[in-house]
Design a protein around this ligand. Sequence first.
Ligand SMILES: Nc1ncnc2c1ncn2[C@@H]1O[C@H](COP(=O)(O)OP(=O)(O)O)[C@@H](O)[C@H]1O
Ligand SMILES: [Mg+2]
Length: 249
Amino acid sequence: MSDPTANTVLEMSGVRKAFGSNVVLSGVDLTVGRGECVVLIGASGSGKSTLLRCANLLETVDDGVITFEGEDITDPRVDGDRVRSRMGLVFQAYNLFPHLSVLGNVTLALRKVQGVAPAEAESRGLAMLDRVGLAEKARARPDDLSGGQQQRVAIARALVANPQLMLLDEVTSALDPELVGEVLDLLSDLKGEGVTMVLNTHEMGFARDVADTVCFLHDGVVHETGTPAQVIDAPQQERTRAFLSRIRA
Ligand SMILES: Nc1ncnc2c1ncn2[C@@H]1O[C@H](COP(=O)(O)OP(=O)(O)O)[C@@H](O)[C@H]1O
Ligand SMILES: [Mg+2]
């Protein structure tokens, strides 16, 4: 019999997270299949970033279970660094090191954390920069790149370790509007290549194009979930409709 969990990369079940008396996640259930793109939507403060940070153990959950590649990663004995080395996390602020070249940024963790030999790290880094369309910028400094190019470098940096899962937290919201498209195009390409992703965005057009599953976060839970056609175009829940009409206004 085939293992039913083999095609599930991440599963959250009853995840609860509070900061003091502020209960941000009160019982989140979420399943991410291999090659799937799950898009989180929801009002500012609804817990999208917290959910992503719980998924890669930057936050400790108060209750519930998170399974990653078949392993219960909420078990306190689990080594968070080992888990994070198999996930790529990209933030709104790309946080590149200004004193390192683009290539140096992309290969830093390979060299310093994973102990990959310099020549191999360099060839993997160059291949990844080529994949994000920035091979010719390998020797440049981050400051010489546009914001969109810097964010593509940050995505390359996350991808170079061959993560099983990419977590992307509003990766276009710090960008000038004319630079958003190149980053969204890159994410669409990655989706086409079968990269498993969970991301949150306010770009509903993009969410509709790229998502397999949309999850609307409200009141600490996944309030409505389904395909983009279901959740974005024909929401069943009043709260989802209200959120979408606010964001379109
Ligand atoms: N480290 C933290 N300490 C205290 N409160 C936090 C922390 N991180 C997030 N919060 C609170 O959790 C709630 C959800 O925040 P967040 O996950 O950033 O929402 P979103 O990404 O959907 O805008 C907010 O009320 C925020 O103030
Ligand atoms: Mg956020």
